[in-house]
Design a protein around this ligand. Structure first.
Ligand code: AMP
Length: 423
């Protein structure tokens, strides 16, 4: 075959898509329970939005974006993350004027040209939450608590929450200097990536994945120990709320996140089931982003989590079995004279919320019965000329194996009694 899907992208085939529906529906429902409202933004934006909103010096902007010029010479980029796009929409449509706090959620594809491996793709999908308009630690907690609740609802238990504070404009510059003082004598031993980051983004050096870097930075000063009073109070407050909400967490001073606009809270949910790409989701407070995008100061906090990674973990959790839905009823024609009539009955069932299937290929009754078993139908409805003349059908319980003649007028009622989910 000449054409194949692009490296790092995946086709979602019918044998898997029901699992996506399952996790997406759970997220929509939970969002409703927490009163978040959905936002959808275009799949591409002006490149400048991400360059500004994520930071020129980050890996995402520096080497991973899918950027192209359109026919009018505009530089456009497929979105590598959602927060900058959400804040752009928030500012553009003045959402802040409609209500003081906006609680928004999304489910959307993201694009990054990374080296593909297990749990790392070039088109992947994220769920996310953003609360825009309040500086309080309660909002940070609300984001974290709902994310924890989502994993719990899905039956995922092997997940750990790590939290940290990355300070603010007031306390970060002083800390950065302390960190650089600590790193300077070790500079020549650090990895090439870390050496490159020393001037531009030294905070990222302490969350390096490189073994040697990790050894060298083991005793590095941490921002959480050098917070100003305001950041310190915020961090303490957040922990009080998490304890009150029964959410387990560990403080980890090395969670720094790769993006420039984070302030105060930074956190990650990680899972041991994932191997080296162990981050299930991550987020934090980004009080500086709206201003960076040319708006006024608007405090905000959010989270983004990978759906593909969530599904990998879900596969390994025994208590999280998801069953593929199947037609409750298969309608099989015993002869050609009954086919069209039976199709009418199929539609009656469907209009009454009973999931069903019928033969579209004019197959023999035997072949249709085999298909009914293959599709795991709980019931089969069989009719030929004789049943049609009496306006009844044969209803067969596929598990028990017994069957009965049923008047067509009563079929919906009988099936609804047997299939409570169709009511
Ligand atoms: P980030 O926006 O980098 O903070 O990522 C948030 C979450 O998105 C991560 O914790 C992952 O679950 C997921 N994620 C990020 N990059 C990828 C990728 N290339 N492939 C699959 N999932 C990803």
């Amino acid at each position: 075959m000449k054409f194949k899907s692009i490296t790092g992208t995946k086709d979602l085939l019918p044998g898997e898509s029901y699992r996506w529906h399952y996790v997406e529906e759970k997220f929509h429902k939970l969002a409703r329970r927490y009163n978040f409202r959905e936002i959808r933004t275009p799949v591409f934006e002006h490149t400048e939005l991400f360059a500004r909103g994520i930071g020129e010096l980050t890996d995402i902007v520096g080497k991973e974006m899918y950027t192209f010029e359109d026919r009018s010479g505009n530089s456009l980029t497929l979105k590598p993350e959602m927060t900058a796009a959400v804040v752009r929409a928030y500012l553009q449509h003045n959402l802040g004027q409609q209500q003081p706090v906006s609680k928004l959620y999304y489910l959307a594809p993201m694009f990054r040209q990374e080296r593909p491996q297990k749990g790392r793709l070039r088109q992947f999908h994220q769920f996310g939450l953003e609360i825009i308009g309040t500086p309080g630690a309660l909002a940070d907690a609300e984001i974290i608590v709902m994310t924890a609740d989502y994993y719990a609802e899905l039956g995922i238990t092997n997940v750990k929450l790590k939290i940290n504070s990355v300070g603010c404009e007031k306390c970060r510059p002083g800390y950065k200097e302390k960190l650089k003082e600590f790193l300077r004598p070790k500079l020549s031993d650090l990895s090439e990536d870390s050496r490159r980051r020393f001037e531009t983004n030294p905070l990222r050096i302490i969350d390096s994945k490189d073994e040697r870097d990790r050894e060298l930075t083991e005793k590095a000063p941490l921002q959480k120990d050098h917070l100003c009073n305001e950041c310190n109070e915020h961090f303490t407050h957040l922990q009080d709320i998490l304890r009150e909400a029964d959410v387990e967490y560990a403080v980890d001073g090395k969670i720094v996140r790769g993006l420039d606009y984070y302030t105060k809270t930074a956190f990650e949910f990680i899972s041991s089931a994932l191997g080296s790409q162990d981050a299930l989701s991550g987020g934090g407070r980004y009080d500086l982003l709206a201003r960076e995008l040319g708006g006024k100061n608007v405090p905000a906090v959010g989270v983004a989590g990978g759906i593909e990674r969530l599904l990998l973990v879900l596969e390994e959790s025994e208590n999280a079995a998801v069953e593929e839905p199947h037609p409750a009823v298969y309608l099989a024609a015993a002869d050609d004279t009954a086919r069209i009539w039976l199709y009418g009955i199929t539609q009656q069932l469907r209009r009454n919320n009973i999931p069903c299937e019928t033969d579209l290929m004019l197959r023999s009754l035997k072949a249709q019965m085999r298909e009914a078993s293959r599709q795991n139908a709980a019931y089969t409805v069989i009719a030929g000329a004789e049943e049609r003349n009496k306006n009844e059908v044969v209803l067969k319980d596929m598990k028990a194996g017994d069957q009965q003649n049923v008047p067509v007028d009563e079929l919906v009622h009988i099936l609804q009694k047997q299939l409570p989910e169709s009511k």
